[in-house]
Ligand binder design. Structure first.
Ligand code: PEP
Length: 267
């Protein structure tokens, strides 16, 4: 049974003071790690705050991640941060290919593939983002768009390299817009992604964590996370509000528990 994964993407928000307050509130609202069995939580702060976040989290059950990662190991790459540097500060995850990186910073599929490789080289779990634009959704080509983004990566690293990694399905039209994909739309894309992997390796496909991102909040989380094929959420805006983020984590716990109960009744 796959665990649920909740990832908070803080984007370029926060200050030293607000971050401490947010983390301490979330930790106290979700309670002890043992009460969240089956759920992993990650927060991805702006990189300058990573040491501060890692220090606060060292006593809790939440992990620290990065919002992006350099494809290079070291060298004359002004402004970049490598996987080994992130790993030194206990970053265990890195978001790769967020739609804002793709559109605003013109990161290409070819470059993102190298970032995925760099994360794995440093022992960091890549969270690889894919998702269709609104025109693609309206033209009925969403599945093809997602397959094409993944195929570039599969061609470079092979299916087996995806063991233990995370794919985030984030329809671009749902990010930061307040428009959420329906659970059925998400299940269709997640099923399509899993089938793509299962053609080569049933075990990699079965273990792959596929999370959804796009205007997830405290109200819609339970319905989305209640689907067995939605393994978690990548959360932007709502991850900056302690009550909302804690409610999403708690919804993930309830969803995991229900599937666990159903599975045990089937046995
Ligand atoms: C995101 O930043 O990946 C995201 C999904 O943002 P929001 O939850 O605000 O839509």
């Amino acid at each position: 049974m796959r665990r649920k994964l909740i990832i908070g993407n803080w984007k370029m928000h926060g200050s030293r003071a607000s971050i401490d307050e947010l983390l301490l509130s979330v930790q106290s609202l979700v309670g002890a790690a043992s009460s969240l069995a089956g759920v992993d939580t990650v927060v991805c702060p702006p990189s300058v705050f990573i040491p501060q976040v890692a220090a606060v989290l060292s006593v809790g059950s939440i992990a620290c991640g990065a919002q992006t990662i350099s494809e290079y190991e070291h060298g004359a790459y002004t402004g970049e941060i490598s996987g080994s540097m992130l790993a030194e500060f206990d970053c265990r995850y890195a978001i790769v290919g967020h739609s804002e990186r793709r559109s605003l910073f013109v990161e290409s599929d070819a470059q993102l593939v190298e970032k995925f490789v760099a994360a794995q080289r440093a022992g960091i779990t890549p969270i690889y983002c894919v998702g269709e634009s609104l025109p693609q959704r309206e033209a009925g080509t969403a599945l093809g768009a997602v397959s094409a983004q993944l195929q570039v990566l599969i061609d470079r690293v092979g299916i087996e390299a995806f063991a233990g990694t995370v794919i985030a399905y984030e329809p671009v039209w749902a990010i930061g817009t307040g428009k959420t994909a329906t659970p059925e739309q998400v299940r269709q894309v997640h099923g399509h992604i899993r089938a793509l992997f299962a053609r080569v390796s049933v075990s990699v496909a079965a273990g792959l964590q596929i999370v959804y991102g796009g205007s997830v909040n405290a109200v819609n989380a339970a319905e989305l996370l209640g689907s067995e094929d939605i393994d978690g959420a990548l959360v932007g805006g709502a991850s900056l509000k302690a009550q909302e983020f804690a409610a999403i984590i708690t919804a993930a716990r309830s969803a995991y528990k229900s599937v666990e109960t159903i599975n045990s009744l089937k046995r």
